[in-house]
Design a binder for this molecule. Structure first.
Ligand code: ZN
Length: 197
């Protein structure tokens, strides 16, 4: 019999889910609440859904103090949300760096457009500060070719990840990286999605 996945409940909505799909938090020695996205930090953890709305609710209802049985520091909704956002972004960024080292990233408008049209692009990143017209042009071609688009990071950050100047768009070539990066961007998207009733 395969061992069942460990289950934990969300501090906010109380729903019980696979531990791995939740957001874990641990307590630092000074009792600061620390998000643990990799679920590897030592100590007892408390959990929320991987959703901004549950994280905010847990913070507003002082559930972190309850979960950790005592006063805690750094459990404000805003700062926890910011930290989780940064960590989610860092994970996506580090996958993009890895893909780049593996020669699986194409950047520069002409090269990316070429790659989209000829096939072989698995995922398209569009800078959040790209001009509307150019963004639409890339989205249109990507839609036609069935390539998913992610609008994340500024031109400066996209370029910086590749060790280059500003980059408005980059394409991840069809490869194992597409799956790993898509999983992370999906988490990111879910985190910001408003709770549906
Ligand atoms: Zn929840």
């Amino acid at each position: 019999m395969p061992k069942a996945n460990p289950q934990r409940s969300c501090l906010a909505c109380r729903e019980v889910k696979d531990k791995g799909s939740l957001l874990r938090f641990v307590l630092a020695p000074d009792r600061t609440v620390v998000p643990d996205l990799q679920q590897k930090l030592p100590g007892r953890g408390v959990y929320t859904c991987m959703k901004g709305s549950c994280l905010r609710l847990a913070a507003q209802k002082k559930q972190f103090s309850r979960g950790f049985k005592g006063e805690v520091l750094g459990a404000e909704a805003e700062s926890l949300t910011r930290q989780v956002t940064e960590k989610l972004e860092e994970r996506i960024a580090s996958y993009l760096c890895l893909a780049n080292k593996g020669g699986k990233i194409v950047s520069g408008s002409d090269q990316v457009m070429d790659k989209l049209k000829k096939g072989g692009a698995g995922l398209l990143f569009i800078a959040t500060d790209i001009s509307v017209d150019i963004g639409e042009k890339f989205r249109g071609v990507a839609r036609l070719k069935g390539v998913p688009c992610v609008a994340l990071f500024s031109k400066e950050r996209l370029g910086g990840l590749l060790g280059k100047e500003l980059r408005s768009v980059l394409a991840v070539s069809d490869s194992g990286f597409v799956g790993s990066i898509s999983l992370e961007t999906e988490k990111y998207r879910n985190f910001f999605e408003e709770e549906r009733k």
